[in-house]
Design a protein around this ligand. Sequence first.
Ligand code: BGC
Length: 717
Amino acid sequence: MKNIQHLIGEMTLQEKIDQLTQLAAPFFKGAEDAGAITGPMMNMEIEDDNIRNAGSVLGASGARNIKSIQKKHLAENRLGIPLLFMSDVVHGYKTIFPIPLAIGCSWNLELAEDSARIAALESAVSGIHVTFAPMVDLVRDPRWGRVTETTGEDPLLNSLFAKAQVRGFQGEDVTNDVKRVAACVKHFAGYGAAEGGRDYNTVNMSDRQLHEFYLPAYKAALDQGCKMVMSSFNIIDGIPATANHPLMRGVLRDQWQFDGVVISDWGAVKELIAHGVAVDKGDAGLKAVLAGTDIEMMTDCYSSYLKEYVENGMLSETVIDEAVFRILKLKEELGLFENPYRGADEQLEKEIILSGQHRASARELAVESTVLLKNEQILPLDCTQKVALIGPYADNGNILGQWSWLGSKDDSVTMLQAIRSKSENEVSCIEGCSIQEKIENGFEDAQQAATQADVVIVAVGEDPLMSGEAGSRTNIKLPEPQLSLIKELKKIGKPIVTVLFNGRPLDLRGVIENSDAVVEAWFPGTEGGQAIADLIFGDENFSGKLSMSIPHSAGQIPVYYNHYSTGRPKGAPDAQERYVSQYLDSPNGPLFPFGYGLSYTSFQYGDVQLSTNVLTQDAELKITVPVKNTGAIAGKEVVQLYVQDVFGEVVRPVKELKEFQKVEFHSGEEKEVTFVLTEKDLRYYHSDMTYKSDPGEFIVYVGSNSLVDSGESFTLK
Ligand code: BGC
């Protein structure tokens, strides 16, 4: 066990400050690869000494590479302090799982946890110590490309997935388990609410909204023991998160008692200048470190300037010491002082990465993440049907999505490969058009193939780069050539199954009405093609449900299920037709609501029974509902429980998800599904920001999606 305080005592001031700096892999001697570079490589005044004393590395991978960097570093670092290696392993290392938004649609916490365990295992044997995940930003705006990285629009669902992912990455005991990695929850806080869905843009929200909707998932990750927090690029109440004292020291450190490491997002410390809250790099560094940001990622505002501030008395050395302590403590917890190479193991890398087992898990999660949006009795297909597979994703392995920088499209199973392995007939495959462009004779060839087929599968979507970081769009439709392709194919008159590959909810006008079945596959990962073929040929049943609403059009955004009540709701009994909250040219609600997804079987919900109509403060309310699989095949149903607080001291959401269960049923099977609510589940932030419940009336809804409208009421005493 290292005596960290003693070690800090031996460090010079500059060594301590450099320990707070994180640099990308190419800065280090012995580095083989450049890793994932997402932000601008700033003009950095980095000297050899700063590198020798740096605390952590961003974006390195590979056991041999990381060992080589660490070895050279230890030889040069005066006190032999090992580096921490951190990378973005967001939804898989080389075995790529579906994008997080898709994982949200699985509503399967065990599979999500297991995907994180596998991602941790593959990265740990490759030498990585910390992953910049889970990303838990709540989202309501599909124009924002980073909706791809989060599990969606609901605070409860996001919180449960946050915990599941932290459990998967860190296991029970990340200290002693070298096959796990430490997790870093991001982006604290509220990054998902960028105005207009434009990345890196202003966030403006009330404190209540922040606490009610946006903060719970970060808190949940920390309650699960998450070791690190990444600050976000955006402002919160006018102050960039990275320098936001009330947020970082107030909420995170004082209120939540978080004593782990806080890292800035890429370049976010220096961006305080562009935000106009710091006059220069030194000022930016000072403000960030005072707010409690321990590590500065990829700028030199700390390493070049903080020493001067300490020396001239404007910054207490204690602030630096505390930050260094947290970083060294994490190194100690990960056992790096005893074993600086931790889990890095070239032999294991060869054996386990992309193993059959890992692929099988990726396939299972892709099956459960895929959402069936429409099915006019066309799916499942029969393997004797003659299939024409058409579109830019027909035979395309680029289905891994953003943050799969170590995944290779050559390792992924394409739709064509998987469908050919199932179909008893020849499968014709035509690209038809590329993602953004028409190609010569593309439509003619596609139409001809369609003419000769029994059924047409159209595999279309966005390029992975059209979502993700810096991937905002105002038009969230499929690119025009692909919409035209679907329209042209429709003219042939054969049944059309459209399979969508995309990183955000799309505006599906032109897709839905021209397709007989629509499958939302998102970016499904390495085993994506296989999972989709399993589903469309009926070897597996659909069970995915949307974790983010799909709007009718971009003009409706934001559209989400748990919105506040308005004074003039549309459809209220005494509402006049014009003067209500509505659009003249669009419904208010989404095209497909939160919680929605079809199956090959059908589920019938019986009457909801409450154990009591009066819930007292220390008691439990048991809610039971019989659910029956009335179809001919087995299936899983996500049974969802929502609550409406009918009267509040402040305006309350029209409905809030409070619990759910994903239950498996044989054909014809009926099960009683039971939920329990207590007073704690009914608390909310009042006008003075106290978190408590109010006595009064509540309505409980149990159903298969957030539109469920017949509920049972009870009173809280
Ligand atoms: C992203 C983070 C990421 C970091 C390091 C930033 O640009 O916003 O999500 O973890 O880069 O790669």
